[in-house]
Design a binder for this molecule. Structure first.
Ligand code: UDP
Length: 369
């Protein structure tokens, strides 16, 4: 059964209304990643010419393979931490390149720091030389383990620079400082999104890339133990990808959002245990829930204040968790990711994964005992 990605693209188009990207040339770093590839899809469908850069460290060529035939799309395999120049004039740069899964923080801290400092600086320079605007995708992790919840953009954060999340949290905080510096020193047209937990089709479920939602779905569909960390009372506010991409594109496109830093996330807070139970219910799985130690510095609560997004962007999340989870489960099953034989035993899948991620080390992640 083919999974129809156009439904997501059309929903985003509908919600963007008459916001136009027609005839714009747009560079997306990290464009083969989970969110980056949806960004490419929507912008191509809105008539933009998209240049996608990705080093395929955690992104997948297959996420953008269907776009390769379009004259409006170009893929460049390149690590944005290394400089690159363009002969064509660009209108917008979207810097999304970065690994984002907590399990990756342990294995690739330097790559993460580089993507959000050197890589971002390269993107900022490209924007500056093109007199283009830039959208930087920062994160709710800039708040660390927040003492103020719901968290407004004015909150400074509570981050442990030396802890296991330090490489990501501080890289993104430094990234925000870079963006602010380019805005202040060069008058660059900048926009910064603080993305809260976002999920949906194309999110990686395998090895060290997996976040809570794809891991729980994968475990539930294999009737394996659901690995809840801690007692599951920690919270996250989950945003479905269509809502997230709509928010990001509104932030990128609206003149009144110039210079703004905006939380983009759902303001409905869910405990991880509730999430695990919802996944069990929606998959009809008989998996047991088991409890594992809470990772160090795992934020206990995460929920945004989204007044700014409502007021400046005219945006709010629309997709309920059950609906987004159902769509994610449908995708997962249609993509045959749920078949244990193919996942574990298939050489073909192994080969395609290797091809997809040339140069990427294999995961050594094991669930904690
Ligand atoms: N989590 C969990 N079991 C897992 C993976 C994650 O209980 O197998 C928890 C994790 O400790 C965190 C929450 O789920 O509290 C969200 O984790 P995720 O990796 O999705 O992203 P984070 O918000 O921590 O960056």
């Amino acid at each position: 059964m083919a999974w129809d990605y156009k439904r997501e693209v059309e929903a985003i188009q509908r919600h963007l209304g008459d916001l136009s990207f027609q005839e714009q040339r747009i560079l997306i770093t990290g464009g083969a990643g989970f969110l980056g590839s949806w960004m490419c899809d929507v912008l191509v469908s809105k008539g933009a010419e998209v240049v996608c850069i990705d080093n395929l460290a955690s992104g997948l060529r297959s996420n953008v393979a269907h776009l390769l035939e379009s004259k409006k799309f170009r893929f460049i395999e390149h690590d944005i931490s290394e400089p690159i120049s363009f002969s064509e004039k660009l209108d917008l740069v979207v810097h999304m390149a970065s690994r984002a899964s907590p399990f990756e923080f342990e294995h690739y801290p330097i790559e993460i720091l580089k993507a959000n400092t050197l890589g971002l600086m390269n993107s900022l320079e490209i924007a500056r030389h093109n007199d283009a605007r830039i959208l930087y995708t920062s994160t709710s992790e800039t708040y660390g383990n927040p003492q103020v919840v719901p968290t407004p953009e004015s909150y400074f954060g509570n981050v442990n620079a030396l802890g296991p999340r330090g490489c990501y949290d501080e890289a993104k905080r430094c990234g925000e400082a870079y963006v602010t510096a380019y805005k202040n020193q060069y008058g660059l047209d900048t926009r910064t999104a603080r993305i809260f937990n976002t999920y949906g089709p194309r999110m990686r479920f395998d090895g060290i890339y997996g976040r809570a939602i794809p891991r729980f779905v994968d475990q539930a569909l294999h009737n394996q133990t659901i690995t809840v960390f801690g007692d599951g009372s920690q919270t996250r506010s989950f945003t479905y990808l269509t809502d997230q991409i709509e928010g990001l594109l509104r932030l990128a496109a609206l003149d009144r959002a110039k210079g703004c830093v905006v939380n983009i996330g759902n303001d409905k807070e869910t405990t991880i245990l509730e999430l695990a139970r919802k996944v069990l219910e929606l998959t009809g799985s008989h998996s047991e829930i088991a409890y594992y130690p809470l990772p160090k510095d795992d934020p206990l609560r995460r929920r945004p204040v989204i007044t700014r997004a409502r007021e400046i962007l005219g945006w709010e999340p629309k997709v309920p968790l059950e609906e987004g989870l159902s769509r994610t489960i449908e995708w997962y099953m249609a993509a045959n990711l749920g078949k244990p034989k193919e996942r574990e035993g298939s050489r073909a899948e192994d080969r395609s994964r290797k091809k997809d991620n040339a140069g990427c080390r294999r995961s050594t992640f094991q669930p904690r005992a």
